[in-house]
Design a protein around this ligand. Structure first.
Ligand code: DQA
Length: 148
């Protein structure tokens, strides 16, 4: 199985970005932990980060061409308004899990709404880096159920 983890805008600043909200781990720290977990599950994993909506869409399209089986996506603020990213996930039909470090349901009202979540298997929010770990765990289980 091959999993691709996509991180959206401003997540390259993790570590120094609003540490009270997002913690002190860098994106590289989170990715390194996930790489180890993926190794333990025996699945391949790859990572992509961009601050640009179009680059994220291209990456989702490329996932289909590259035989990626599952996506973990933290769309950052695009979560709340990018119909284009939503449509890209729907278009490729690759199972996806939406993740957030912070609890988007406990913050400003605009963060509670995700236009992406309806085209995802599920959404995991508020567990910090463990949101990604939980997503990887669930995605691997789900994919193994459907492709033994
Ligand atoms: C976020 C939550 C979003 O509302 C915010 O715009 C982000 C990060 C999170 O991981 O908690 O950039 O996706």
């Amino acid at each position: 199985l091959k999993i691709r983890v996509i991180s959206g805008p401003n997540l390259n600043l993790l570590g120094t970005r609003e540490p009270k909200v997002y913690g002190t781990q860098t994106l590289e720290d989170i990715e390194n932990a996930l790489r180890q977990e993926a190794r333990d599950y025996g699945v391949a994993i790859e990572f992509f980060q961009s601050n640009h909506e179009g680059a994220i869409i291209d990456c989702i399209h490329d996932a289909a061409r590259s035989g990626v089986h599952g996506l973990i996506i933290n769309p950052g603020a695009f979560t709340h308004y990018s119909y284009a990213i939503r449509d890209a996930i729907a278009a490729v039909g690759i199972p996806a899990v939406e993740v957030h470090l912070s609890n988007v349901h406990a913050r400003e009202e605009f963060r509670a709404r995700s236009v992406i979540a309806p085209v995802c298997m599920g959404q995991i929010s508020g567990l910090g880096a463990l949101s990604y770990s939980a997503a990887l765990f669930a995605l691997v289980k789900k994919l193994e159920e459907t492709r033994p």
